[in-house]
Every structure is written in structure tokens, then in C-alpha cells.
Design a protein around this ligand. Sequence first.
Ligand code: TRP
Length: 454
Amino acid sequence: MKNDRANFGSKLGAILASAGSAVGLGNIWRFPYETGNHGGAAFILIYLGCIIALGLPIMVAEFLIGRRSKANTAGAFQRLAPLTHWRWVGRMGVLAGLLILSYYSVVAGWTLEYIGEAVSNSFAGESPTDFISSFQDFSSNPWKPVLWLIVFLLITHFIIVKGVEKGIEKSSKIMMPMLFILLLVLAGCSISLPGAEKGIEFLLKPDFSKVDASVFLGAMGQAFFSLSLGMGCLCTYASYFGPKTNLTKTALSVGAIDTFVAILAGFIIFPAAFSVGIKPDAGPSLIFITLPNVFQQAFTGAPLLAYIFSIMFYILLAVAALTSTISLHEVVTAYLHEEFNLTRGKAAKLVTGCCIFFGILCSLSLGIGKGYTLFGLGLFDLFDFVTAKIMLPLGGLFISIFTGWYLDKKIVWKEISNNGSLKTPFYKFFIFILKFIAPIAISIIFINELGLLN
Ligand code: TRP
């Protein structure tokens, strides 16, 4: 095992890197479309419940496993539970990371195309139906999205190999607040569009009659996906945390930032979608067909402002996606590097190569490969379903059982309290959730989805 492991420079660095991993396409692209597919406000309420009751405690658990073991995900379980099968939890996480990175890069590639469209001002003068058809033409084109996804993976690769995370840490100190401010402005614009009230109602007025098992599974999956949980991503990051980082506080900050960004994204997308007549259940295309309308309709008197905001938005979205793809790539690279004695460079090449391969298949599954399905889903949708709705919650289930039942409580307490130097008012509650609430809740949601409860 290597002992040249890097460290995040500061406590703020730890928060920023984790928040950088958490905030991404999951918040701005996936959250709105899942909310739209699952009927709006009631889904959001259940989602918030999942963040608080499952997400935050499991995030702290991942942090403590990572910092204690100072190893990659699979190695972490190996060290804390030698010669047991727990290492399979880590291995499943590594596989999940590879699958997520593959289809995530497809969408990340789309953001690059949209930067180009914004720069060349091609949204100007187009109507909502134009945006829908141009997105469909683009995403089903066999070449363009594939090229962009390769570009995106190569940028991620370059950063992983050159280790310019420090640069990323610094730039996210500026980019993240910029993203917040821009999102706030856009939400303001979207809310003031004619007919936006229906979108606000959709976000705030829960209709529980539409809630079924799939809404619960969707909300739980989205909570894990958005917080980067259930596959050891934050566990790998925490292995680079210093001894003074307050794990509980870091988790609360990351959870708050992540949730705030997702809700803001909702307030941008739905008022605008209802205003211009785009259906909220348009699926993965939702933000790509709705947002250009916001730039078009909300700034009719100020085309220059629309132009600048649209470029800024897609650049910030691409950067948010990049800090997430880096974290996913790092999980798999650190695993191959440390467990198989590959150099970091070789490990990274293997990961990038695999993801380009699967990414191309995912991208084609939205166009010329549409006819090929497995369990009724194309590859892109299948990767999304299997990871977010099965592997991540399953990983979360095992992580909570591992921390709540298996791990020596002295270790848990030492990590949470930084060797006794912090007060731990939530400690008992935290253990109770990991022991009982999380495993039972996740199991019930799974069993319910399988239809065994009705
Ligand atoms: N959370 C990120 C987003 O919202 C995506 C992501 C990064 C992720 N690392 C992860 C999702 C690990 C699941 C697991 O965009």
C-alpha cells in the first residue's frame, strides 16, 4: 500500500471538494426531471425526508470509514474488517462508479455542446418547439454527442493524472458562489414569466394521491445520487481529510448546499416549463429544452444579458459536472492504483478507456441504438436505473449496517468526536439511525417497489 496519499489543504478544502462532488448534474439535470416524472411537491417532500433521515447519517458513516482507513473504497473495508466479505461492498461501489461515470459523461458532454450553442447565439429567436426538435436532433446524432463525451472524459482524465485538484479547489471557491448567484437570478426570472404560477404550485402543493412505491424508490435513489452516496465516493474523499476536519459539520454543510442547489434548479425549471407549455415529465431532456426558453423569454428587452447569462450558465454547469466526474473517476482510479499496483497513470487510462467505451454505447442508445433494450430499458436508462435505484441504496444499506452493527463503537466515536475533542450531541441518535432506521427504511422501500407489500 502506498503512503504517498495526498491531503486536502484545509477544512474548507474538505467541504469544497465534497460539495464539488455532490453538486452537479444530479442537482440541476436529474433532480428536476425525476421531480417532473414523479408528480412534483410530494416527491420533493419525500426526497427531503430521505436526505435528512438517510443521506446525512450515511454521509457521516462514509466519511468516518474513509478517514479511519485512509484507503480506497474496497481497501477501506478490507482494513476495517480484514478477511471478511465486507470488501464486496467497496467493490460494488467501484463498479457503480464506473457505470455512473459512463452515462454521466454523456450528459456532461451535452453541456459542452450547449456552451457552443450559447456562444454562437443560436438560441436567439427560436421557439419552444424549435428547442425540443434541436435537442432531439442533437442527442440522437451518432457523432456529435459521442465526441463531446470523449472530450469531457479526457478533461477529467487530465485532471486526475496531473493532480491539479488544488487548482480545482481554488477555482471552485469562486465558481460555486457564482453558480449560486446565477441560479438565484435565473429562478427570479423564471418565476416572473407569465403563467409561472402553475409551476410554483407543482413544486409546493403536494398531491399525495399520486404517491406510489416508485415515488419512494425514485426519491431515495435521487437522495443517494445527489449526495454522491452509497458507493464510497465520499469515503475515498474522506481518506484525504485531515484529523481536524469535523465530520458531522462537513456533512451538514454539504447536505445543505446540495439541497439548496437542487431546490433552486426546481424553481428555475418548472415555472418556465409550465409557462411555455413544456410537459414536466419530459425526462432527461427537460433542462435542455426548458432553459433556453428562460434565456429567450425572460430577457426579451435585454438580448445582451440573455447572451452573457446563457454562456455563463452552461460553463458553470459544465464545471459543476466536472468536479463530480473527477470524484467518480478518482474512486475507480484509486482502487486500481492501490489494489492492483498499477501506476496512477495506467489506472486512470484504464478507467477513461472503459468509460469512453460504455459512454459511447449509452449515447448511441438514445439515437441509432434505440431499438436495443434490456429489461425494457435502453442502455443509458438502464445504467441510470441500476446504479441510482439499486446499487447506491444497496451500498447505503450495507454502509449503515457496517457502521451501526459491525464496526467497534470506540472507533466510530473517536472519528466523530475527533478523539474526544468535539462535543457529540447527536451521537446516540446517529447510531440509532444507522442501526435501525436506515436499514429498515431502505429495505421497506425496496420490498415495496417489488410489490410484495400490497
Ligand atoms: N452527486 C453528483 C451529482 O449530483 C454525481 C456523483 C458524483 C455521484 N459522485 C457520485 C453520484 C457518487 C453517485 C455516487 O451530480
